[in-house]
Design a protein around this ligand. Structure first.
Ligand code: FE
Length: 192
């Protein structure tokens, strides 16, 4: 079903109503949007991943208590109150979805991409993950198991991708530059 009114118009109408009734402060809302547009994005998550690749003790802390380990970078708050980090291996690939709505670790990855909120991704990621990944350009071998993590109102998942081969000479910040949002949702791998 297509929306009779474009979503941007509906959002604007809703915002206007909320402002008129004094329920939101437009300045506060603008500041929040600006922050997510310019300061908070996938680079935060990428720094976490690169640290885990280069520091085995950090990797252990990250996998045992994701929330505390990302807070070491100062990443706290909105939508990452409870972070669980799931590591990819040669034989196991993790994929994150929110089947109910669009729960997403904002403070680590920024705002979710539109495909993540799309009803078809949300429905099919669980039932046909291999097909969905292939359509998104990630062909996994048949012997690689796919584990799908359905976000809930409580938990936000972050995929820890595999460090690509041939990157031993790279520094932590050079590694961070390779890590993409899609790899941390689990719909792509990291390429050197
Ligand atoms: Fe959700």
């Amino acid at each position: 079903m297509t929306d009779p009114v474009p979503i941007a118009l509906r959002a604007e109408a809703l915002e206007q109503l909320l402002v008129e009734r004094g329920l939101v402060d437009p300045a506060a809302m603008d500041a929040l949007i600006r922050e997510y547009e310019t300061e908070i994005g996938p680079l935060n998550g990428a720094r976490v991943v690169a640290r885990a690749w280069t520091d085995p003790a950090y990797r252990r802390r990250l996998l045992s208590d994701g929330t505390a380990a990302v807070a070491e970078f100062g990443f706290t708050g909105l939508q990452i109150e409870h972070v669980v980090v799931v590591p990819n291996t040669e034989k196991l690939h993790n994929l994150v979805v929110c089947t109910l709505c669009s729960c997403y670790p904002w403070a680590l990855l920024g705002l979710p991409p539109s495909w993540y909120k799309d009803p078809s991704y949300r429905a099919r990621a669980v039932k046909q993950p291999r097909a969905v990944l292939a359509e998104m350009g990630l062909q996994l071998a048949d012997d690689v198991e796919i584990q799908v993590w359905d976000s809930s109102s409580e938990v936000r998942y972050l995929v820890l991708p595999e460090r690509p081969a041939g990157t031993a000479h790279l520094s932590e910040s050079e590694l961070a530059a390779l890590v993409t949002r899609d790899a941390m949702v689990g719909v792509a791998k990291v390429h050197p």
